[in-house]
Design a protein around this ligand. Sequence first.
Ligand code: NOJ
Ligand code: CA
Length: 685
Amino acid sequence: MEREVNSKPNRRTVLGATVGAALVGAVATAPAAAAAGAGAASRGVTIRAPRGPLRVTVHLVDGRLRYEVTRRGETLVASSGLGLDLAERPSLTEGLEIESVERATVDETWRPVWGPDATVRNHASECVVRTVQPATGTRLDVVFRVFEDGVGFRYRLPAQEGLDRYTVTAERTEFALPADATSWSLAAGTDWNADERHYRRAPLGEVATAQTPLTLATARGTHVVVHEAALVDYPSMTLAATGDDRPGALASELISLPDGNKAHLEGAFSTPWRTLTIGDRAGDLAESHLIENLNEPCALDDTSWITAGTYVGVWWELQRRDTTWTEGPRHGATTARVKEYIDLAREAGASHVLAEGWNTNAGGEWTGQDFLTPRDDFDLPEVLRYAEANGVRFVAHNETRGFVDYYEEHLDTIFGRYAELGIDAIKTGYATRFELGGVNRSHYDQEAVRHYQRVIDAAARHRIMINAHEAIKPTGLARTHPHMMTGEGVAGMEQHNYMGKDGNPPEQATILPFTRFMGGPADYTPGVLNVTWDPAGLGTRVQTTSAAQLALYTVFFSPLQMLADTPENYRAHPGFAYLTDMPASWDETRFLDCEIGDHTVAARRKGDLWYLGAITDEHDRTLRVPLRFLGRGRYAAEIYQDAAETTWRENPLPIDIRTETVRASTTLRLRLVAGGGTAIRFRPL
Ligand code: NOJ
Ligand code: CA
């Protein structure tokens, strides 16, 4: 049976969808095509990217929907099953028929409130494959979007009789990826720190489980990232080898609720998008906007209160155990000390100051906190007065320590008071446990995801920006909620203290732009220039040179980007000059010469200034960097690089600063020592 579903042109409009993230481009139009039933099932449905060689085909095989992804004759995803299991129905991997197919084109250009690029084009071929399970009448749609740089697809359960309330017991999405591809991933986990690990490199066929993003490079050199977009009201997705005779085949494994189910849903529902970001170069991955494009436009009417910037704070000195979160003779967040950081913020052009341990019962057991009562030696009104006088704003630390029920109940009280005080940013924390609904649960289950969303919604009501630690991997939600600035979910700077003598091995930073950062910004907290500072004799240190720390401001993106070192360490290091007025949002971003796990070179533009960061792993390297990205004319290149005598292990601090005149036709030769890096600021002459 072949049936025409819709012969009228299907005009999709995205105009009027946003104010804060203004649309600057065109609207999409496309005729809806139609194909259906047995015809479509046997022939398959082909969805081609609007530009480029990427193609997705969808087939019905023995009553199960399957898809394939190919590009220039290379199969990136071989025939892979789709479907969901609901408690109330037979598996939606069986007995399905294709009812209809509906096509459209999405094409819009939007302006993020902050981001790596000032404008973003969202251009995709959309195809909705509607299926029905005739035996039960259950309907399941799969919505595909195929872009030049990847694929997104999501399940949509239309409103239907008998499914007012229902339970997902499993999602059965497969990704039959090339087994011989090289992959970088973290093992799947349900613990609070599952994302704060080091990426493993392995042939994909040897990966048993993974968090997403999972990144791979095929034998032909194609780069692919598996992740998800728009994680709302649903558990986080991890991946597990299917364990059948298909090496390289992974299947979705959702994080369970305490009752063993995956999600309790009501009415019509769309799952998060399952995504494949695809490119020739590693750099294509890092430059992609696919994840944000699969999220809804900005939901806020007014975004004028959302500001990207750098921040300083009482933090690294706590991590290095020079001072304490708890009150006492070595308490860090005293009025006087925070004022010193405010002075530092003013000098550095940083917008915010953080003070961990400012509130009662921070530190120790972290219990009984109210996030409103300051310590006796921390005069909040005076700190806020001093901050304002210096053009700096305060970040209120909300370390829940996983006592989430209390936090949820008091969100509006806490944020309402912050708004009255002029506090416009919080850093949340969920270290160790996650007690919500009276139950200790995974940080990544459906209820946890709902909690993070309630924090986002409450913060929007009170105009507060969020930096979320121990929360959940980003999935592009910041497009919709741009005050959801940044978060952890990464083995960041602090792990140099907690991962033993090797800290974060230098190669990790060359992997992160193509893995963790694929979901969105990370609050890695770079910029520790005194990498060997060890006031408490911990016997650990930051495992890079000082110059490499400067390069991270271009390699890593965060719209709230920390300058993590102390005022004393910054004033003693000449590299601090590079961090002054460092942008935290950009007009343009390019990832240049990158080999995942070996070296990364990134360049970002803000106005007419360009910044470049180059880092290497545990090997010395010389990189040739053509400066083609520069505009016309001459530029002064202020180069901060490891000095001739600098070595990562024995002598990491010396830095050589010099200025050269360059132009777009110049090729720089950058000599990087193991664990080292080069940072450059280009000013037009
Ligand atoms: C872990 C966070 O990542 C870190 O930044 C914070 O200082 C501690 N928890 C205490 O809240
Ligand atoms: Ca390497």
